[in-house]
Design a protein around this ligand. Structure first.
Ligand code: MGD
Ligand code: MGD
Ligand code: MO
Length: 675
């Protein structure tokens, strides 16, 4: 019998079945091509099945026993710790199941006693999460079930390209459009998503904040603001509106390139819809002012009375497979399980008691992902990394690769020899999705059970087994169970009473087919599909407007670097490409997308090899010439390493609040390469 489980890739977590022969069938929601081909990596010859070690820096990796690989790891940790616990760092990933993400956070704090843990979700969800926490008092990507989208009358997608990044998501848009609803897309490119929209606004990358302020201006100007809602359910409108008052449409057009008629039309479409939703994704959020930008869109949604109103709302489309659960249970630098703060004495006391440790021994907050990677070598001298490939995916990746190489010791747990694993001193081969059970929390905050469908290859171990073994070799007295059922039960207890309360969710309830959205505080609780219907999670129950303004560009354009470079994704590749580049059925190669007018000016034709550069580095790419992008903007997908690496170009300015890097806007130039 095929086993029901979920796709290993994005936060939609589509249902699928996997047979004992590793054949995939789609569930009722369908699958994209990545999902269909996901099983190819289970039996791929590129799969790691033996630990690898390196005998000297610069020498080759060679096969080793688990005992040798783990002994080297614990010896290196002990060596580094002689100079203090903060000489050892941990880096995690939003693809890890809840059980693994929880265990990793506990391992860092309890077995290593280090404050230095953060993860790739910092590059993904941190800006929207910070904005939602500030406005609503709680961050759950979608505060309503995904299916509500299909009932909406207008959906505004800001910096989101689900036609490529979540293809099955489009069925909800199709359903609402079939009933007369409309979709508005804000993207500097006319993406496949923009192609199906009723209205497409194409602002310059990094200028969404001004666009959102302009939309608020128009909403006020045209008397479309929901005054009763503002009075009953919000605070701070006046201050936020005072900023928007200076963003009249002509000024917005100058800064963003979006015309006044389009601006007004977008506002009316949203305001006239009985049920409307504003959804942001990485295009709006991955900026040095990502929190302020997400906040500006949230302010607009509040002004129109959307959040907490049945059928309407504001949300952010979470990215990674467990991007939601992965940001709740402690792999974030400032966090304890249940979305608790590691600086909160009551939270520390509760979690310490679940872990059976002295509260005083728990370290305080660490530093954010990029700051952590940037400090390697001078700060921590040893690092353990699970489920991320920052050599390809981190901003200013040349710097990050150099810093990783400056470590005395790096251990990487992965399924394949990723570009980051290839730099490690010890590589630990681990099980993948269909070979283990565990839970993920999808983009709507629903906890899903991934069931084990097939046995892992001989020689690999699960991340839970690796953490258990390392903790016991380090002499840690606290328990690190290896059965995901036990880990999830412990996670439930640790999260009890927290914002993301999982105490009532069990593997057994999920296996019985219950649909449980957190918070779910007790085993007789049915979960919370819709949040904020009566009150927001703020102390006074009201949503908070926060006044935000469009800042100067983090990297202004110059004569030498006159183009706005933005980066993102294509349908056939996933993230750093470590998994999907190894799957033959997923085609594609790196490219730079540029407008035909720009191409003509540069003398570049379709398919020509060009050099894209910024002050930080360069990438050699094939030109893709199109009319579907602004003429002042170029786009490079980030899935490829080496000479094709987009992140050789990106900068490392961080948002002041979320510490999100500015993946989506820097100053670049294009030069033709000799044929
Ligand atoms: N095929 C595929 N699917 C994926 C992934 C993948 O790697 N491949 N990754 C998953 C993950 S982790 C994530 S986070 C999601 C991301 O999903 P999305 O956010 O949809 O993906 P991106 O391509 O990063 O960015 C979306 C759009 O933002 C636009 N954009 C760029 N700069 C700006 C700007 O300044 N303003 C605005 N308004 N738009 C801008 C880009 O042109 C792009 O079309 O996808 C998930 N799904
Ligand atoms: N320029 C640019 N850069 C970006 C972005 C962008 O839009 N533009 N987007 C950013 C975003 S949103 C994200 S989410 C990051 C993602 O970037 P990465 O963190 O690099 O993401 P992945 O490529 O998914 O890396 C996951 C790695 O873990 C392995 N893996 C998968 N499952 C498991 C598991 O269960 N255990 C272990 N131990 N390993 C596992 C995979 O084989 C892979 O090598 O990239 C960011 N970087
Ligand atoms: Mo992401």
């Amino acid at each position: 019998m095929p086993v029901s489980t979920h796709c290993p890739y994005c936060a939609l977590q589509c249902g699928m079945t996997v047979s004992r022969e590793a054949e995939v069938e789609a569930g009722p929601g369908g699958l994209c091509r990545k999902g269909w081909t996901s099983a190819a990596l289970l039996r791929s010859p590129e799969r790691l099945t033996t630990p690898l070690v390196r005998d000297r820096k610069g020498g080759p990796l060679r096969e080793a026993t688990w005992d040798e690989a783990l002994s080297r790891t614990t010896a290196a940790i002990r060596r580094a710790q002689q100079s203090g616990p903060d000489k050892v760092a941990v880096f995690g990933g939003g693809g890890l199941t809840n059980e693994k993400a929880y265990a990793l956070g506990k391992f860092a704090r309890v077995a290593l006693k280090t404050p230095l843990i953060d993860y790739n979700g910092r590059f993904c969800m941190s800006s929207a999460a910070a904005a939602a926490n500030r406005a609503f008092g709680m961050d759950r990507g979608l505060p309503f079930p995904l299916a509500d989208l299909g009932e909406a009358d207008c959906v505004l997608l800001v910096g989101s390209n689900p036609a490529e990044t979540m293809p099955p998501f489009l069925q909800h848009l199709r359903r609402m459009q079939a009933a007369g609803g409309s979709v508005v897309v804000v993207d500097p490119r006319r993406t496949p998503t923009a192609e199906v929209a009723q209205l497409h606004l194409a602002p310059q990358p990094g200028s969404d904040l001004a666009l959102a302020l302009g939309m608020l201006f128009v909403a006020v100007d045209e008397g479309l603001v929901d005054k009763d809602y503002l009075a009953e359910r919000t605070t701070g409108f006046e201050e936020a509106n005072a900023v928007a008052a200076s963003w009249w449409p002509a000024r917005v057009e100058r800064v963003t390139g979006v015309s006044e008629p389009d601006l007004r039309r977008a506002v009316r479409m949203l305001a006239d819809a009985p049920r409307a939703m504003v959804l942001t994704a990485r295009g709006a959020e991955q900026h040095a002012h990502g929190v302020a930008t997400a906040t500006a869109w949230l302010n607009l949604a509040l002004a129109l009375g959307l959040p907490g109103t049945p059928g309407s709302g504001w949300g952010t489309l979470t990215g990674q497979g467990n991007g939601q659960g992965g940001r709740e249970h402690g792999q974030k630098a400032d966090q304890l399980p249940g979305y608790r703060s590691i600086s909160d004495p009551a939270a520390r006391a509760h979690v310490a008691s679940v872990w059976g440790v002295d509260e005083a021994e728990l370290p305080g907050p660490g530093i954010s992902a990029y700051e952590l990677l940037d400090s390697l070598g001078t700060g921590p001298t040893a690092m353990l990394l699970f489920a991320s490939n920052p050599v390809v995916s981190a901003p200013n990746a040349r710097n990050v690769a150099r810093k990783l190489q400056s470590l005395d010791f790096l251990a990487v747990s992965d399924l394949v020899l990723s570009e980051t694993a290839a730099l490690a001193d010890v590589v630990l081969p681990t099980t993948q999705w269909a070979e283990e059970s565990g839970t993920t929390t999808n983009l709507e905050g629903r906890v899903l059970l991934r069931r084990k469908a097939i046995d892992p290859p001989v020689g690999v171990r699960s991340d839970l087994e690796i953490l258990h073994e390392l903790a016991s070799r380090l002499g840690c007295a606290a328990a690190f169970p290896t059965d995901p059922v036990d880990v999830f039960a412990e996670l439930g207890a640790a999260s009890a009473g927290g914002v993301a309360d999982y105490a009532g969710i069990t593997h057994a309830r999920l296996a019985a087919g219950e649909q449980l959205h957190w918070p779910c505080p007790s085993t007789d609780h049915l979960g919370t599909p819709r949040l904020f219907l009566d009150r927001f999670a703020t102390p006074d129950g009201r949503a908070r407007f926060v006044a935000v303004d469009q800042p100067e560009d983090a990297e202004p354009l110059t004569e030498a670097y006159p183009l706005r470079l933005t980066t993102g994704r294509v349908a056939m590749q996933y993230q750093s490409g470590a998994q999907t580049r190894r799957i033959a059925e997923l085609p594609g190669d790196a490219y730079v997308e540029l407008h035909e007018d720009l191409a003509a000016r540069l003398g570049v034709a379709e398919g020509d090899r060009v050099k894209v550069s910024t002050v930080r580095g360069e990438a050699w790419l094939a030109a893709r010439v199109t009319d579907a992008i602004r003429a002042d903007t170029v786009f490079v997908p980030f899935h490829w390493p080496g000479k094709k690496r987009a992140n050789s170009l990106t900068g490392d300015w961080l948002d002041p609040i979320s510490r999100m890097p500015a993946f989506k806007a820097c100053a670049a130039r294009i030069d033709r390469l000799p044929a």
